[in-house]
Design a protein around this ligand. Sequence first.
Ligand code: SF4
Ligand code: SF4
Length: 418
Amino acid sequence: MPPLHLDPEQRFTCQQCGRCCRRGWDIALTAGEVKTYRQARAERYYREREDSPEGAETDPFDPLPGGYARIRKRADGACGFLSPENRCRIHEELGAERKPLTCRLFPFRFHPAEGAAVLTASFCCPTVVRNTGARLDAQPREIATLRKAWTHAFPERELEVELVKGRRLAADALATLRQVLREMLDRPGPRGRPDLQANVLRMARYVEDISRHRVMRLPPPRFAEYLELTGRYAAKSEQPLPARPASALGRLLSRGFLFAVVAAREQLEDPRPSGLRLDLRWRLARLLAHAHGAGPGLPALDLAAAGRVRFDANDPEIHGLAWNYLRAALQTLGTGRRPVLEELAVAVAFLNAAGVLAAQRAGRAGRSTVDADAFAEGLMEAVDLTHADSGGLLGRLLGTLSGGVEALYLFAGGEGKG
Ligand code: SF4
Ligand code: SF4
């Protein structure tokens, strides 16, 4: 098996909060797991609603293509095997090792890559967001066991990494890109700690430079050399960078990105029988009509509440959460199943959306400022979208709606809150 690249600064220890069982994501099962559950008559432990007695009225396992299945969701979108005490009934009755592999793996995911697999940890998990618990590199045995089981049950082919569509990025050039972006992120600001807005501005300038047509046309070895030389120089340069506001189109797209996040969130909390794709289209259309004053909005979006609240990105706790999120995004760049520069833009666009969701949450609670708890919740709510429909309609839309490098300029200008 190729070596595993993991983020040694990331921590995770499950707090058994049950958040991942309530989000309405698909819990994929192998044919072997379904057989085991049927033999054990696990449907006895399924609930149709949170307050209903145990016992499934219809089959709790929906078949999927390829012999897989998924657990049918409860009426409120949560997994039907979650007890009112926040415990997994499969785990309680059949043992921890019989819990679905998808659940045992969360928040991790393995990505086959050139020469080495990469492990990512989902920022939909509060422990990952807060970066608390055991360091990932201190859990080699547990991670190796999960990797083996995952590779066996859900074999995935290695994907070619591209910088932009049609421009392949070799593994060593990707490693250089991760390093130089990380150097930029960590540049200390006037207060001694990284100035995230100034550092993301530096990244935006660098991304624009390496995306120029003339640079893109360089042969791969010259291109890799250019990435490294200009990247190291930009990371160390003491020359101040002039600010550049995001373009009008970038702002418009960022509003669309926020709408997509909100529509997907509502869909997860209030699933309709029409199916995810149609339902998302309906919700997005409703939000667009609302933005043009032609219809009611969605209960999940309250920009007026968000606008009343002060968001201080320099608050030490918020700064720590945002830095950790950006750090992890750079460390695992190349695993997003989209070109790397688009992946970076989408990651920053999620951070921008998180600021609005956090401000809305604080405003609705009658507070005048965003605190770290609201920001952590906002970040998880935004990133939830990656589990909702990453390969489908929204997954494709996100790259466009992020606005590319404009997402970085929005963040750098402190406009991420909306
Ligand atoms: S969300 Fe994270 S901490 Fe909570 S139960 Fe799931 S894996 Fe554990
Ligand atoms: S099967 Fe258990 S661990 Fe998995 S989502 Fe359902 S309740 Fe949670």
